[in-house]
Design a protein around this ligand. Structure first.
Ligand code: G3I
Length: 332
């Protein structure tokens, strides 16, 4: 029975990781190989606070496939090895996405059969390499548009057609029958056209026996996040009824700069609420934050003038959001 206050928890060295393990959930963070190798404070904090790592960019197609004939597993191996050494799991991210594809691939015109061969070979090679060491894969990422239909401008949709989704899951399953296979997307947490589209797609996959085990809710938020917890719970429940797990896969809450204390408190509330919703749902088993500290976040680069999105600041100090997560894990 956990009965400490957040401050006592810190004093007792109860970290996110230790508390999450007591609660039976995974708490994770996306990481870069270079940071893990070269910044001891970064690496130490990752191992202390988290028990599952997502490869932020190291397993994307363009990273793994600098040329058509060569794979480069340097960064991916280094993250998987770090995780193994520190008794952490790994979420492999991501096998099939329309972004971060190498120039050698997108600049040439391929026939459908050639593209099928390329994708098949890629998935079999990558998933086989990490068989037994990567417990869960984001097999297909962001395939749907905001209306919940398969996006027509997706590279794989254009070249292969709608069956690229099920083929990817089948090939990943062939390469590692024990890996948990996820569809991952954004704005699919509550109830609406996008999440209905995800539900319809995964229902169809499940009904046809395609090996899919879960859905990722990315959760890239700002302070206007206002989903009704009831809607998110209802969405989680309908996925649970299909036998599917849910992971919060890319949690962050961006703030227009400079951030104020009130804004950091509002951010903390959102981090805590999302974790609370996850803890209440029997099928939500993992909560991953998209980056360790504010100096290693994608936000300032993609949203100029915005930042402070993570739970540790630029100097690796815990922010109110960190304590909100501790508090949520201590709640009963
Ligand atoms: O920071 C460097 C900058 O110093 C350099 O000058 C510049 C030159 O290109 O690159 C900057 O790095 C960029 C990096 O984001 C910054 O975080 C990379 O170019 C850019 O490719 C990289 O983007 C990644 C993005 O996916 C690409 O779409 C982000 O790292 C990564 O966090 C982001 O992750 C995605 C998930 O995979 C899927 N869901 C959405 C999520 C956020 O976009």
């Amino acid at each position: 029975m956990v009965s400490q206050s957040p401050t006592q928890a810190i004093a007792l060295s109860l970290t996110l990781r230790t508390l999450a393990e007591i609660r039976g959930v995974n708490i994770g963070v996306s990481v870069g190989a270079e940071e893990l190798q070269t910044i001891p404070t970064y690496a130490g904090l990752v191992a202390r606070e988290f028990n599952i790592l997502t490869t932020e960019n190291a397993m994307k197609f363009e990273t793994l496939r600098p040329t058509m004939d060569q794979y480069d597993f340097t960064d991916a191996d280094s993250i998987v090895n770090y995780a193994q050494t520190h008794d952490m799991q790994v979420r492999g991210h991501t096998l099939v996405w329309t972004n971060q594809l190498p120039t050698w691939l997108i600049k040439r015109n391929w026939t459908r059969d050639q593209l099928l061969d390329i994708l098949h070979e890629h998935i079999i090679t990558v998933v086989s390499r990490y068989r037994g060491r990567i417990v869960v894969w984001d097999v297909v990422n962001e395939a749907l548009n905001k209306s919940g239909e398969l996006a027509e401008d997706n590279y794989w949709m254009k070249g292969i057609g709608p069956d690229y989704v099920e083929l990817a899951f089948q090939w990943a399953h062939q390469a590692d029958p024990d890996a948990r296979l996820f569809y991952n997307d954004f704005s699919n947490e509550g109830l609406g056209p996008k999440s209905n589209g995800v539900f319809k797609m995964v229902l169809d996959l499940v009904n046809r026996g395609v090996p899919i085990h879960g859905v990722g809710f990315q959760m890239h938020n700002d302070l206007s996040w206002s989903l009704s917890p009831e809607d998110v719970a209802a969405n989680l429940k309908r996925l649970a009824d299909l036998g599917l797990e849910v992971h919060v896969t890319e949690m962050d809450v961006r703030i227009e700069q400079p951030s104020t204390k009130d804004e950091l408190d509002a951010q903390a509330k959102i981090y805590g609420e999302v974790l609370g919703i996850c803890l209440l749902a029997s099928n939500c088993t993992t909560y991953v934050i998209w980056g360790l500290s504010d100096n290693y976040s994608w936000i300032p680069y993609f949203f100029p003038g915005w930042g402070s999105a993570l739970i540790f600041d630029h100097t690796y100090q815990p922010k109110p959001a960190y304590y909100a997560l501790i508090e949520k894990l201590l709640e009963r």
